[in-house]
Design a protein around this ligand. Structure first.
Ligand code: URA
Length: 433
């Protein structure tokens, strides 16, 4: 068997056998297949797709390419949550402390930014001192001690995904159903939880642009979950505009803190109530979704959610004085206004354009080895269906480079579409599968 033949098979739209996939994953992880050969195969998969059987085989090979965690010492039922990615998507950082504050263990491994979407780990690293790299033993001990730990994907957990994730990002091959399903489900299998809630984002700021594509991706992932004996629920959420108001690492952490204090934008509130109520249900702590929603609201109101977030940050070595006083966070050098040139209502706010603009400012990586600028990004002032007057501020651009900032202001103007008619309010939850 050799990689050239496997690439040729997929290039010519043929199906890969279990053995082909096993060979590709094991040899790629060992370093015997080069990044450019893997890139060719990934591109062929992106273009020609995979059958459900191929996707399942790829997922299992990736899951078992490294260690598979045993979380039974944490609890009989451990629920995990993952998002297919989006712009301004800070849901994990809000919902998981709330869940932990209810006494439900949270052992969460998150990713870095991918394409035009941000990553939870990059956001957490905006808190000075927060350590996202711990050993598996420390990760499990931290969950036992504090009820929560959120870290990056450790070296030997689904290493095949770690390599492929970074590779896909740099060759613009992220938005493919088999590649997303195998990436997410391999990590979820390796991470050891036995119940999974997936936030499957849909819209301009998501990799799945239509409801039909998101449904198909959901069924592929649910099917893999069932085969792996892990009950899986997919919540399809709207990503036609960014989630909340902030996009960019420090800016999003500040919004997370505000949400945990109870200042929650409508879209974030609906998403955390829905996803959170399913996490509570799957964990065996509440069959009634309506009651679960009330529990979540109560944990925010009584301060327990924020307290748990502070415990999490402190336990991971982060400086909690930043949580107590958000003014301590470093600010970008320039804050520039994006001004509306007309009266009307925001008809569209292209989330992908906002994400790309944020990456160009430095909040994400354009190349695998790029470091990111934590302080830059965008704060929206107007969202879809808001009324706008000529001269109003639509958004603020946070930049450290004046030229990049000016360009971002121009790009953000094209992300907004203003029209005379007031559009329908956005539906935040599209479907639960
Ligand atoms: N999140 C992942 O972990 N992988 C993907 O491919 C997309 C989003």
């Amino acid at each position: 068997m050799n990689i050239q033949d496997i690439i040729a098979k997929k290039r010519d739209s043929k199906n890969l056998s279990k053995e082909d996939i096993h060979y590709f994953i094991t040899e790629y992880v060992k370093g015997n297949i080069t990044d450019y050969q893997a890139a060719a195969l990934v591109m062929a998969i992106y273009i020609n797709g995979m059958t459900d059987e191929e996707t399942t085989n790829l997922t299992l090979e990736m899951a078992y390419s490294g260690e598979v965690l045993d979380l039974s010492s944490i609890g009989e039922i451990v629920v995990d949550k993952h998002s297919t990615g989006g712009v301004g998507d800070k849901i994990t950082l809000i919902i998981m402390p709330i869940i932990a504050s209810l006494g439900i263990p949270v052992a969460k491994m998150s990713g870095r930014g991918l394409g035009f979407t941000g990553g939870t780990i990059d956001k957490l690293e905006s808190i000075p001192g927060y350590n996202v790299e711990t050993t598996i033993d420390d990760f499990i001990n931290n969950v036992k001690k504090k009820g929560i730990s959120i870290i990056g994907q450790t070296g030997n957990l689904a290493p095949a995904d770690k390599k492929l994730y970074a590779l896909r990002d740099t060759i613009n091959c992220v938005g493919s159903k088999p590649l997303i399903a195998s990436s997410i489900m391999s990590k979820k299998i390796a991470a050891g939880a036995n119940k999974i809630v997936l936030d499957v984002t849909v819209g301009t700021g998501a990799f799945m642009k239509t409801k039909e594509d998101a449904e198909e991706l959901s069924y592929i992932m649910k099917n893999i979950g069932n085969l792996a004996n892990k009950e899986t629920v997919c919540v399809l959420t709207n990503m036609d505009e960014p989630v909340g108001y902030s996009v960019g690492n420090v800016l999003e952490i500040m919004e997370v803190i505000e949400c945990l204090k109870g200042n929650i934008p409508e879209d974030i509130k609906e998403i955390i109530l829905t996803i959170g109520s399913y996490i509570i249900k799957l964990s065996g702590n509440g069959e009634n979704l309506e009651e679960n929603r009330n529990k979540i609201i109560e944990q925010i109101k009584n301060g327990s959610a924020l307290k748990k977030f502070i415990e999490l940050v402190e336990n991971q070595g982060g400086d909690i004085s930043y949580i107590h006083d958000e003014n301590k966070f470093e600010k970008a050098k320039y804050i520039m206004e994006v001004i509306s040139t007309e009266d009307g209502y925001v008809q569209r706010l292209d989330a992908e354009k906002v994400g790309v603009t944020s990456v160009h400012l430095g909040a994400g990586r354009e190349k695998k080895e790029d470091s990111i600028d934590k302080t830059v990004g965008i704060v929206l002032n107007k969202k879809i269906s808001d009324e706008v007057k000529k001269g109003d501020v639509l958004a603020y651009v946070y930049a450290n480079d004046e030229e990049k900032g000016k360009q971002a202001v121009k790009d953000m103007l094209t992300a907004y579409e203003i029209s005379k008619e007031k559009p329908q309010k956005q539906k935040y939850i599209i479907e639960v599968i």
